[in-house]
Design a protein around this ligand. Structure first.
Ligand code: NAG
Ligand code: NAG
Ligand code: NAG
Ligand code: NAG
Ligand code: NAG
Ligand code: NAG
Length: 379
């Protein structure tokens, strides 16, 4: 009996206790991630678009009020300036909270030539699409800010690994404990389509191609040596001020119980279902890789519940002007004389398109809980 206690129960107890302790500040610590690689768009860009010429460098994301939470006294790991960083929010993004939860520094953007990429690289570019811009152009969909679509980001990734690994085997060894985030990407393909006059049926017809582009991103990541990959889905876009403003209607049955536009949320769910089916198929083809769906849709719904019960502003953008949602497409956050709310931590939406750092933090907390067991971080 005593031996049993010594042999099994005590180690188990120590394991559980150490789990509980490490879990408190670094809930992903048990995953032992030593690097993170991110592909995606403005949901996760930490400074690539603002380093692109000519358009990216003149976007408002590299100027205050973007990043204003940093200039209000963020004392961090020294990797962030007291300034805007190119993040499309007032402060941190979900990927920052995920990196911190893994006990890693925030992810440097690939385009920052002075950055230290020891713990990973962020290839995400705000405004980018899952489909290449030529493919979208053939459908008469125009990419207004960048051509750095997912395939371009994957080429950067290939170039990066070619310069950091001696050969494929070396890469596989180096990436043994790396986390790959493939997306969210594809949201902009639909955003551009709908704001450039495409119908919901036309949007639906794009879903298989967009999902396939995501799967290509996973396959290529695995070909470089990835073994743990998260593939996030789309947000409930019918809840975002940009869509709420554009598709405002007096027909109350168009809204769900959270006052979000039903047809748009149904479309996001349709994309997410197709994405999950494709992930399931890819898992069968790659039994050695752990491929996890990132449920941004339900993380957002959970944030909405939290925000409602804590008296947050759930409909209006913090930084913006006019109308029911404090949003005007022709005068967005960052344009001259567009006001910023004094209490962004009580808002979900930062600029009508992207969330506040507070919103992202609450979503990231939900996701970290959700990912943890799925990433096989337990024994
Ligand atoms: C950040 O910079 C602004 C001016 O750009 C200054 O007012 C503020 O005190 C600085 N904050 C910190 C924490 O250094
Ligand atoms: C903040 O960054 C912008 C461009 O990235 C730069 O022009 C500006 O001087 C920086 N401000 C401070 C206080 O460092
Ligand atoms: C994207 O590529 C097209 C075609 O080469 C070009 O006309 C356009 O200026 C590019 N857009 C950006 C934002 O670089
Ligand atoms: C990386 O190396 C492989 C193998 O040599 C090559 O096929 C690929 O084109 C290279 N990638 C880039 C972006 O240069
Ligand atoms: C909704 O109804 C109000 C009052 O009847 C009207 O002024 C407004 O134009 C309507 N809005 C839309 C989007 O139909
Ligand atoms: C948006 O701003 C433009 C330019 O300031 C203005 O003409 C338009 O009426 C505004 N739209 C709304 C819905 O407030």
């Amino acid at each position: 009996m005593a031996t049993t206690l010594k042999k099994f129960v005590l180690p188990l107890l120590i394991l559980v206790l150490s789990f509980v302790c490490t879990n408190a500040h670094h809930p992903l610590k048990m995953c032992k991630f030593d690097q993170i690689y991110q592909l995606g768009d403005s949901i996760s860009d930490t400074g690539n678009l603002i380093r692109e010429f000519p358009i990216g460098a003149s976007t408002p994301f590299g100027r205050l009020p973007y990043g204003e939470a940093f200039s209000r006294g963020y004392i961090g790991d020294g990797t962030l300036p007291n300034n805007s960083t190119g993040r499309c929010s007032n402060g941190f993004l979900m990927i920052d909270y995920i990196a911190m939860a893994a006990g890693l520094p925030t992810l440097p953007p690939y385009k920052d030539v002075e950055a230290n990429f020891r713990h990973g690289v962020n290839f995400a570019v705000a405004g980018s699409t899952a489909l290449p811009s030529e493919v979208l152009a053939a459908k008469h969909i125009f990419c207004p800010v960048t051509n750095s679509s997912l395939n371009v980001q994957l080429d950067w990734m290939s170039k990066h690994f070619n310069s950091t690994c001696l050969n494929h085997r070396d890469c596989v060894e180096k990436l043994e404990n790396a986390l790959f985030m493939v997306g969210e990407i594809g949201g902009n393909d639909y955003n551009y389509a709908i704001f450039q006059g495409k119908t919901m049926d036309e949007l639906r017809s794009m879903v298989p191609e967009v999902v396939e582009a995501n799967m290509d991103g996973v396959r290529r990541s695995i070909s470089f040596g990835a073994t743990r990959v998260v593939v996030p889905g789309n947000f409930p876009i019918g809840c975002l001020p940009i869509y709420q403003t554009a598709f405002q209607t007096n027909i109350s049955s168009t809204y769900d119980e959270n006052h979000c536009l039903k047809p748009l949320n149904e479309f996001a769910m349709y994309h997410n279902e197709q994405l999950q089916q494709a992930i399931d198929k890819l898992k069968q083809e790659n039994p050695n890789a752990i491929i996890v769906y990132g449920d941004y849709y339900n993380a957002y719904q959970s944030l909405l519940q939290f925000a409602t019960s804590h008296g947050f502003e759930t409909e209006k953008a913090c930084c913006g002007l006019g109308g029911k949602y404090n949003f005007n497409l022709t005068r967005m956050c960052g344009a001259p004389d567009v006001p910023v709310c004094p209490d962004p931590h009580r808002y979900m939406s930062w600029d009508g398109v992207h969330l506040t750092e507070k919103g992202y933090r609450i979503m990231a907390d939900w996701l970290l809980h959700n990912f943890f067991t799925k990433l096989n971080c337990h024994f």
